[in-house]
Design a protein around this ligand. Structure first.
Ligand SMILES: [Zn+2]
Length: 511
């Protein structure tokens, strides 16, 4: 039976349509989901929307729309982008879903209550009218808002429910330290361990009179649940909490993919809530950095904003996805420029990759080479790569490394064809056999490279499948597995009279 793999993204706020960083996150998660399917896992990939927020309520009023309509319209914008990016999610959970989410978020609340971890206390908020935001003591300078020193701050005192995060902080820290809850990349670990050392209890509710659009606290008419028990719980309600009050379906998640700005909630609050509710923890948390544009922070006020849909319309989905995954490291903030994408497209993907496919397939067509063979040095390269997918990729989820390895082999194949010159060898009777061997090897190489590109270059792989007669897109086709009859049948190239005309499949794009 196939092993299960449950992957989620963070849920996006539905106060507006998607932003470029949503694109980065969904692209990363999609690559992981596809990679695991590729490795024969049975994958469930969940994404969704966070819909209870004052800003959303206010934005719906400003737009003159009923709030459900407003969030659903925004959900459609996200789904349109995800379709363009060929995102292979299985589920899209909306937190205003009255059947699948709300009752089960309330059930989660009750589980925390049962453990004695929810209590009421009076709480003082400092509110700055200028910022329209709550402030903490430490934000103030001489008792004033630093941005609005002339405005009188308001003190709002109200009763709220709190969650005993302090009770679980040591336990959560221990689980992170001993890798039971794996944080990737590892640089995020120290940050969260420092936070956990001093973590205090967290406010878990608000007065209903102020927040008309939030989930009611069970058994208390006057309070609604603040974001934590509502939004974080989506990962488990989506997995089928509602089926029979059990969590066993897909939970626990194998990996949550999030942005580093919400690390604290996922690495501290969420595991503490799960411990309190006596539910298993997710296995891994992968926190990516921010995405800048042209070396600067993206901002609507400076017009420095990346519109992923416009870019995809010009360069297609695959080059855009490849560029982000190849060039943005999980360990740091990333950058995007059109110049770089243009270079990736023209020199790496069109020149190095498609041109290689084109040359090999054209030569094989011309000389009637119908068999692929991998008996030489190159096979070892693929063996090594296939092995390290298991040893390295499955442990650290490092997509960038995977693509670097893939591209290194593309370059190596280009060097091989240039150096071996099979078209010259073909002309002499003495070297004709060598030419055949060269081309059979190159055929083996591009077929494997095509299979390896399948989880990332999804649209192009659909074309390659027909050109190379690769019927299955799952990995296994290593030399060491070639003995297996089943594998052989699944992957054997059919008679290699390909339906590719010897013309260039894709053209360069000028700036
Ligand atoms: Zn202020």
């Amino acid at each position: 039976m196939a092993k299960k793999f449950y992957i989620t993204t963070a849920i996006a706020y539905m106060n507006a349509g998607p932003h470029a960083w949503h694109a980065l996150e969904i692209i990363q998660a999609d690559a992981l989901a596809r990679m695991y399917r590729f490795l024969w896992y049975e994958v469930v990939f969940q994404t969704g929307s966070d819909e209870h927020w004052m800003k959303i309520w206010n934005a719906s009023k400003a737009a003159g729309k009923e709030v459900h309509q407003f969030v659903n319209d925004n959900v459609e914008l996200f789904k349109t982008l995800y379709k363009k990016l060929d995102v292979s999610y299985d589920r899209f959970l909306q937190t205003s879903d009255e059947e699948k989410h709300i009752p089960w978020a309330q059930l989660m609340w009750n589980k925390l209550v049962e453990s004695g971890d929810i209590y009421k206390k009076s709480y003082k908020w400092i509110y700055c009218e200028g910022c329209e935001a709550l402030k903490l003591e430490k934000d103030l300078v001489d008792g004033k808002c630093p941005d609005h020193p002339n405005k009188e701050l308001q003190i709002i005192e109200e009763e709220n429910y709190f969650f005993r995060l302090s009770k679980y902080r040591d336990q959560v820290a221990e689980l992170i330290k001993n890798w039971t809850y794996q944080l990737e990349p590892e640089i995020r670990k120290n940050e969260i361990l420092a936070f956990l050392e001093k973590a205090e209890d967290v406010s878990f509710s608000r007065q209903k009179s102020k927040m008309p659009w939030w989930i009611p606290v069970p058994g208390d008419e006057e309070h609604v649940m603040y974001v934590w028990c509502d939004a974080l719980t989506n990962y488990i309600t989506g997995a089928g909490f509602w089926v029979n009050n059990e969590w066993e379906n897909e939970w626990p998640a194998d990996i949550h993919v999030i942005g580093k700005d919400i690390l604290r909630f996922h690495a501290a609050f969420w595991p503490a809530m799960l411990l309190s509710a006596k539910l298993p923890l997710p296995k891994t948390l992968l926190a990516h950095g921010f995405l800048n544009l042209n070396g600067a922070k993206m901002s609507k006020t400076t017009w420095n904003v990346l519109d992923s849909e416009v870019v995809v319309d010009k360069y297609w989905r695959d080059p855009f996805v490849f560029d982000l995954l190849y060039n943005v490291s999980l360990n740091a903030d990333g950058d995007f420029t059109m110049d770089r994408l243009n270079g990736v497209y023209n020199s790496m993907l069109i020149w190095a990759w498609w041109n290689l496919v084109n040359r090999v397939v054209s030569l094989c067509n011309k000389y009637w080479i119908t068999e692929w063979r991998g008996e030489w040095e190159f096979v070892k390269d693929f063996d090594k790569l296939f092995e390290s997918i298991e040893n390295r990729y499955l442990k650290t989820f490092d997509i960038q490394w995977y693509l670097q390895e893939w591209y290194r082999l593309v370059q190596k194949a280009n060097e091989y064809i240039t150096k071996s010159e099979p078209w010259k060898k073909w002309k002499e009777d003495a070297t004709k056999d060598e030419a055949i061997k060269d081309l059979q090897l190159l055929l083996y190489v591009i077929k494997n490279l095509a299979i390896l590109s399948a989880p990332i270059l999804t649209k192009w792989f659909e074309k390659l499948k027909n050109i190379l007669w690769v019927e299955e897109l799952k990995v296994i086709d290593t030399a060491k597995n070639q003995d297996s009859k089943a594998v052989e049948n699944a992957y054997k190239l059919k008679e290699f009279k390909v339906n590719l005309s010897p013309e260039i499949l894709y053209q360069r794009i000028e700036d």
